[in-house]
Design a binder for this molecule. Structure first.
Ligand code: PXP
Length: 237
């Protein structure tokens, strides 16, 4: 059975739209836990467009399930991560102009920077996952750097339709197999919705799914606890 990590960044996006105090992602995390979330995921971006340092620090005190921090290989954010101490850190690429994380981390071309980040986080006792495209060379490079898990980027699968979506699913399956052969845990996320999540849940050895936008979108209509519970039912086999 895969675990469900609920990404609450977009609760903070709504708050930051007015630079005010509501809605509070800390409340959202508590409600997500009530709905059955196995983990709470937040991305502390260099530009602080949604999650703020204050959110991360309060979440560290209040979240009772796994806290997973997404971050870029940026020294300032890495130092905050090591000080705050989430159970898990997921290294992602980051571009200021992007709307959301657009692709996986390029470990092959950035071995040194990624390797340093993996080492620093590992030394701080944090379990490190790398957000990678379903690309065998990237996965092998990630294993060499000592990552404990790989989160496969499901964005292309989520965007594709019909036969193309089957092809994208097939490459996720093959990549997932390689992740497990190399002794790493298999995670997946990005663009997953109530409609497209099931085939990803069924990939052999799937251990964790991180889902944000679709859950928060549903939560606006039906409430956070119910939105999380409905996704949790789909993630359970
Ligand atoms: N996993 C990673 C590494 C991400 O960067 C994101 C987006 O913040 C997600 C999962 C969740 O993506 P979505 O909001 O499309 O569900």
């Amino acid at each position: 059975m895969a675990e469900l990590g609920v990404n609450i960044d977009h609760v903070a996006t709504v708050r930051q739209a007015r630079q005010t105090y509501e809605p509070d992602p800390v409340w959202a995390a508590a409600l997500a836990e009530l709905g059955g979330a196995d983990g709470i995921t937040v991305h502390l971006r260099e530009d602080r467009r949604h999650i703020q340092d204050r959110d991360l620090r309060l979440l560290r005190e209040t979240v009772t399930v796994k806290l997973n921090l997404e971050l870029a290989c940026d020294q300032q954010v890495l130092d905050i991560a090591c000080e705050v101490g989430p159970e898990q850190a997921t290294l992602v690429p980051e571009k200021r102009e992007e709307v959301t994380t657009e692709g996986g981390l390029d470990v092959v071309s950035n071995r040194e920077a990624v390797g340093r980040a993996v080492q620093q986080l590992t030394d701080a006792g944090i379990y490190v996952s790398l957000f990678l495209d379903p690309d065998i060379a990237q996965i092998e490079a990630g294993a060499e750097l000592g990552a404990r898990a790989v989160e496969l980027h499901t964005g292309q699968y989520a965007l594709a339709k019909g036969a193309k979506q089957k092809e994208e699913l097939e490459s996720l399956i093959l990549a997932g197999q390689r992740v497990r052969e190399l002794g790493m845990a298999l995670h997946a996320g990005h663009g997953l919705t109530y409609r497209n999540v099931r085939p990803v849940v069924q990939i052999e050895g799937m251990h964790e799914l991180n889902i944000g936008h679709s859950i928060i979108s549903r939560a606006v209509m039906v409430g956070m606890e119910r939105a999380v519970r409905e996704m949790k039912e789909l993630v359970e086999d």
